[in-house]
Ligand binder design. Structure first.
Ligand SMILES: Nc1ncnc2c1ncn2[C@@H]1O[C@H](COP(=O)(O)OP(=O)(O)OP(=O)(O)O)[C@@H](O)[C@H]1O
Length: 755
């Protein structure tokens, strides 16, 4: 029993740890904690674990260190705690009634994953129940022979067949138990994989906007914890089945031997069952109440060993602060564990005492029956054996039922998350894009993030013509990144329309042509109706905080095209184009080097080198629309100028570059510049035109930057840095001519405000 409880506890700790890593991975953890401004309890509350958990479960149990380090109780906004109360509320019979439904979920998953293994587990468990019943019958036979009249040797000889049967049955039982272990060992990882694959595949297809909704976010987060619950449920359901079958077998044999034996068995077993339930609940309640504390401790320790925190840990003395917090918070945990152990011990003692009294009564009744001739001695002996084995089974049943129920709640979260993910999934069908996309055009596009009070994009109208460099400029928070995500089809406009416009092949029967354009060979598909997979296939993205895949240098580039097998030639070309080849040459294992430390073949690369790899990744993708957000923020001046020149050259083959950068020297070479402010398009034009605009936002930003170098620019000239940009503007790609008339009256075009 203790072992089983320990296991359940481990599972909980594992969960807490798992969440801790999420906390640690996301800066939002602390902000989330801050989002729950609670009045902290007095400093003694942690040291007074005898105090009942707070009614809201939030305020009590906080230590001084936790308050100092986290500004309050560290409560991660994860709904993995949402089922803790129901579990505590549901009684034993409630659990028992819910059992078939719970087990059905996992049986269905097992059935789909590996039927033969499932049959194997079921057969082995049924077989074990039968062998247990057989063993009791054989034991009864042995006792009957032993208590019979006659010389001892004769009685022993008579008992031999039954003894042999017991041996054979014990062997069969051992083989069946081993078979069950082997089959469930085969089944468990398959079920876990099936559930995980379903969950992660569904999650990866969710619309980006939906993931911004707190309810969806929470549900998807909660679903994570049920993936390994499916595996654990195989074990716990098997244990429940085992205990049930064993009990049924023992009960049947006992009733057959004497009708009074079954109620007697229950009299002994029920107190133990009560003790098990009470202990499991108390442990669960304690874990629930202290889970945040555990997680906070885990977070502290993770920081101590995290490479990116290492400098501050040493130089700022942050390590000392964390370790002090750890010691204090651990001391609170130890006090709680001592309290729990004391209470568990007393429950065990009470249960054992009641059970002992019941056993005394039972043995008294047995004695009475035996002495009055109401029961043969052999049957009495069998009853004692059955009572002993059955109490063990009943205790196991209660513990495992508790555990199965808990796991089933987490699994239900996963099921719910999958259903929600399916509800918000990116559609897999849609209209095909024009064969030759000429431009992306936004018509009064607005976008508001879920829960936001104001739009991040406000009626923006603009055009991104194929084969040009389009720069998005604006102060922090003006909506540039949001606009890039809308252009990429990741965020759908909450209002307005986004058109992918181009030419149809003469006879391709293209649907979605705009009215009035049919028959002209022109076509436009609105993004909501478009086949989104096709939209994504047109786009390469390099975000501000691009992912740094903890994988090989090769994969960090080839992952740019996850739909095809890695191509070495394409890889080499992409690396050369992004000036990343020299980085790979310097790595100890070349392309196979893992670009983070901590693994074999692992090595650390610099921030700028990461950025070059990411630049190579978008080249490897070879998509016609490339959206880059601050692609040079970590590069040295020469590398920066060179990278912008290389990016500019991408348009030579008709690729479109949407460039977001605060380095206005680079935007000077763009074909068209859109200036955003508070989500609105406020200016547009090329650099020279925008610089002629008196009081213009672009000009003000540009001049502020240039002044840093002590060389205020003249209004018309392109800056000196821009001259480093390739001079291939002369070979302006088709479609560029359409660029200046894009703002459609919303933004002040540079010529309007020309000074
Ligand atoms: N996930 C989000 N949820 C809610 N609001 C968001 C989210 N992302 C951005 N915003 C808000 O939208 C607005 C525009 O943000 P965006 O990241 O597009 O600006 P930006 O111009 O790219 O800024 P920066 O120059 O700092 O990168 C900001 O007010 C920001 O707070």
């Amino acid at each position: 029993m203790g072992k089983a409880r320990r296991k359940a506890s481990d599972a909980g700790t594992e969960r807490a740890g798992k969440t801790a890593s999420s906390v640690h991975a996301s800066n939002s953890a602390s902000s989330s904690a801050a989002a729950h401004p609670r009045q902290p309890p007095g400093p003694d509350s942690a040291a007074d674990p005898s105090a009942e958990p707070g009614s809201d479960g939030l305020d009590s149990g906080i230590s001084a260190a936790e308050r100092e380090l986290f500004g309050g109780k560290l409560r991660y906004d994860s709904s993995f705690v949402q089922h803790e109360q129901p579990l505590l509320k549901v009684g034993f019979w409630g659990m028992a009634k819910a059992l078939p439904q719970m087990v059905a979920v996992v049986v269905r998953a097992a059935w789909a994953a590996d039927r033969r293994a499932l049959y194997g587990v079921v057969a082995a468990e049924l077989g074990q129940g039968l062998t247990a019943a057989f063993a009791l019958v054989a034991a009864n036979r042995v006792l009957t022979e032993l208590f019979a009249q006659g010389p001892t040797t004769d009685r022993l000889r008579m008992a031999l067949p039954a003894l042999a049967a017991i041996t054979v049955v014990a062997m069969c039982s051992a083989v069946l138990a081993a078979w069950s272990v082997a089959m469930s060992g085969r089944l468990e990882p398959q079920v876990e994989r099936a559930v995980s694959t379903r969950y992660y595949a569904a999650t990866a297809r969710v619309e980006l906007r939906a993931t911004e909704e707190p309810a969806v976010q929470r549900s998807l987060e909660a679903g994570k914890f049920g993936t390994d619950s499916a595996r654990r449920m195989i074990g716990s359901s098997t244990a429940v089945a085992n205990a049930l079958i064993g009990l049924a077998a023992a009960g049947t044999v006992l009733v057959t031997l004497h009708p009074l034996l079954l109620p007697m068995l229950l009299l002994v077993a029920v107190p133990k069952g009560w003790g098990a339930v009470r202990s499991a609940r108390r442990e669960y309640a304690s874990r629930r109440h202290w889970v945040d504390h555990r997680r906070a401790i885990a977070t502290l320790l993770q920081y101590v060993t995290m490479p990116h925190a290492a400098p501050e840990i040493r130089v700022h003395g942050a390590g000392r602060l964390l370790l002090r917090g750890y010691e204090e918070m651990s001391a609170s945990m130890e006090t709680e564990q001592r309290r729990l152990a004391r209470e568990q011990a007393s429950t065990q003692l009470i249960a054992a005492a009641i059970s002992g009294v019941a056993a005394l009564g039972v043995y008294g009744v047995l004695w009475l029956l035996l002495t009055t001739g109401g029961m043969p001695l052999a049957v009495g002996g069998t009853a004692v054996i059955a009572i002993r084995t059955s109490t063990g089974k009943l205790t196991a049943l209660v513990t495992q039922l508790n555990r199965t129920y808990e796991e089933a709640l987490y699994l239900a979260d996963t099921e719910e998350a999958c259903a929600l993910a399916d509800q918000h999934t990116i559609p897999t069908a849609g209209k095909a894009l024009p064969k030759r996309v000429r431009q992306i055009r936004l018509e009064r596009v607005s976008f508001t993030y879920p829960g936001a009070t104001r739009p991040s994009l406000d009626e923006v109208s603009l055009t991104v013509p194929r084969g040009t460099v389009v720069a998005l400029v604006g102060v922090n928070g003006s909506g540039k990144t949001t606009l890039a995500k809308v252009l990429a089809g990741l965020l759908l406009p909450t209002a307005g329309q986004l058109w992918w416009e181009g030419d149809c092949a003469p006879d391709d029967g293209q649907e979605g042509s705009k009215e009035g354009q049919e028959g002209t060979g022109a076509s436009a598909v609105e993004v909501r109706e478009a086949d989104r997979a096709e939209v994504f296939s047109q786009v390469a993205l390099l975000g501000q905080d691009f992912p740094r895949w903890q994988m090989s240098a090769r994969t960090n580039i080839t992952i740019g095209d996850g739909t095809t097998a890695a191509d070495q030639q394409r890889l080499e070309q992409a690396a050369r184009d992004a000036d990343a080849r020299t980085i790979v040459d310097g790595l100890p294992y070349g392309w196979d080097s893992i670009v983070v430390k901590g693994y074999e073949r692992g090595t650390q690369i610099s921030g700028g080198q990461w950025q070059k790899l990411a630049n190579a990744r978008i080249r490897y993708r070879a998509a016609p629309f490339v959206l880059v957000d601050e692609p040079t923020s970590a590069l040295d001046p020469h590398a920066e100028i060179d990278t912008f020149a290389r990016l500019r050259r991408m348009t030579d083959d008709g690729t479109t570059l949407v460039l977001i950068t605060h380095r206005l020297a680079a935007t000077a070479a763009a074909d068209h510049i859109y200036v955003l402010d508070h989500g609105r398009l406020v200016e547009e034009g090329d650099h020279a035109a925008l610089m002629r605009r008196n009081g213009g936002m672009y000009r003000a930003m540009y001049e502020a930057q240039a002044a840093q170098y002590g060389h205020p620019p003249t209004r018309q000239d392109a800056p000196a840095t821009a001259q480093h940009a390739p001079t291939d503007q002369a070979a302006a790609p088709a479609g560029q001519a359409a660029a200046p008339a894009q703002g459609q009256g919303q933004a002040a075009t540079a010529s309007e405000g020309g000074g």
